[in-house]
Design a binder for this molecule. Structure first.
Ligand code: FCB
Length: 471
């Protein structure tokens, strides 16, 4: 960038807040983050914030069913009320806009907008229309994910993602949404984190629908990716001006030693975490190593599926949280070897920003057709408390700063990264961990639904204000 873009750089990193504290978030003057076209936003997902699970014709989802089963979610929490965003959406958008956030990534609850016969539910649709129109009025870039895990229960009852037909039902849903919402969505993502849906939902049972069989996981993945591939041309036809993509959660695996066996274990960790999804999307084939790791789990693939799945994308959304250190399990797989003495979050996840940088740079080498990237989720949980009206989430501030620096390093190494969404705008229902784990930059008191802006959000807002004021 031209040097004159940073003519006032002296004022930035050392900017003081409250006249006393140095700003621990602001990126250094040479960071790509200062580019005004680097989108900085926040993300949420329908089941995690909306509540109102029985209202206006919403049908049950697999997460209503799963969270109602004893022992599946910490403290027996469910998304029945969550952040009550279904009723408080106007104030929540005001809050988002007041922080100066430029983008908002949200998801649509499939069971809210379509009935079991595939007919539209107008009341549910109107909710998203109002929400998206308001975001556009505020000048906020909208990124809409069609599937952030809340599959209608009636589809699960017919086999869910193990049933190939679900992929076609998803394409119908994408058709309806893109016809109804065209013009209010800047970017459509088909799926959020198919790894979690397939592996946690069907492979080890940690997530809804709670099934645990390796063969289920690979077949569910195939149908999820097929659903994505079928939806892309539908979205293109109905809403040509928008961007179309998918969101993948990526995992860094590092080897516990230099031994060939441990190196291989780390490679296999990344194959099942990353290549399992990215190879079919970007190379049109499953990685063969996957079936060395999980022998006998090859999914049933019909002629033409891989072409459908590898349809060109306008963007790839990347969600990143932590790394996993692994060693050989002595057979054909890997086992986790948690490192001692490293920084961790409330989730127990290791803070490892270099993993994000290294994966992004690696993908840029591996996939010649890597589309432009948005970091669609990154953030951390901490046990935040409101004290005298304030939340001092120092670890999160440092976490965000370090991960944004990793993103900047990847950009400087040639990766085309266009934006970053904080996970999450507000504390919410963290799946199997319920409400205990707080990922928000805004604190939510679940007994009163009071929102309190955390220190991290204040600093992000301050940065965005300074960036906006730049010549
Ligand atoms: C991701 C999910 C998101 C949130 C974060 C912490 O895997 O996409 O909904 O739960 O993790």
């Amino acid at each position: 960038m031209a040097n004159d873009a940073f003519a006032v750089s002296d004022a930035r990193p050392s900017a003081v807040s409250n006249g006393a504290l140095a700003d621990p978030f602001s990126p250094p003057a040479d960071s790509s983050l200062w580019r005004k076209n680097f989108l900085l936003g926040a993300a949420t997902a329908s089941y995690q914030i909306e509540g109102a699970v029985n209202e206006d014709g919403r049908l049950p989802s697999i997460w209503d069913t799963f969270s109602a089963k004893p022992g599946k979610v910490l403290a027996g929490d469910t998304g029945a009320v969550a952040c009550d965003h279904y009723h408080r959406w106007e104030a929540d958008i005001e809050l988002l806009a007041s922080l100066g956030l430029e983008g908002y990534r949200l998801s649509i609850a499939w069971p809210r907008v379509m009935d079991a016969a595939g007919l539209p539910n107008r009341k549910g649709l109107d909710f998203y229309k109002r929400l998206l129109n308001r975001l556009k009025e505020k000048g906020i870039t909208t990124s809409v994910t069609l599937y952030h895990w809340d599959l209608p229960q009636h589809l699960e009852d017919r086999g869910g993602w193990l049933n190939r037909d679900t992929a076609y039902r998803f394409a119908d849903y994408a058709d309806l949404m893109s016809r109804e919402l065209a013009g209010t969505v800047d970017a459509w993502a088909t799926l959020n984190e198919p790894w979690c849906s397939a592996y946690l939902g069907y492979g080890n049972g940690h997530h809804a629908p709670g099934l645990a069989d390796g063969r289920f996981a690979t077949q569910a993945m195939h149908h999820l990716l097929l659903a994505h591939g079928l939806a892309i041309p539908v979205l293109r036809a109905n809403d040509p001006a928008s961007q179309k993509g998918i969101v993948a959660n990526i995992g860094r695996g590092t080897a516990n030693s230099d031994s060939a066996a441990d190196q291989r274990a780390a490679h296999l960790f990344e194959v099942q975490h990353n290549a399992w999804i990215l190879d079919p999307l970007l190379k049109g084939a499953y990685p063969q190593d996957l079936f060395e790791l999980w022998p006998g789990t090859e999914p049933l693939v019909l002629d033409g599926d891989m072409q459908t799945i590898s349809a060109p994308l306008d963007f790839l959304g990347i969600n990143y949280y932590f790394r996993t250190n692994v060693a050989s399990d002595g057979a054909h797989g890997f086992r986790d070897v948690p490192l001692e003495g490293v920084e961790r979050t409330q989730m127990g996840w290791e803070v490892h920003p270099d993993g994000l940088r290294d994966l992004l740079i690696g993908f840029n080498r591996t996939y010649r057709n890597l589309p432009p990237i948005y970091i669609t989720e990154n953030g951390m949980a901490s046990d935040d408390k409101v004290i005298d009206g304030h939340v001092d989430d120092a670890q999160r501030i440092s976490f965000l700063k370090r991960h944004l620096a990793a993103v900047d390093q990847a950009i400087k190494a040639g990766v085309d990264i266009r934006g970053y969404f904080l996970w999450s705008l507000m504390d919410n229902f963290e799946w199997a961990f319920g409400y205990e784990r707080r990922f928000g930059v805004v604190h939510v008191d679940y007994s009163t639904q009071k929102r309190t802006v955390k220190r991290s959000a204040e600093l992000v807002a301050k940065f965005l204000k300074e960036r906006k004021a730049q010549a």
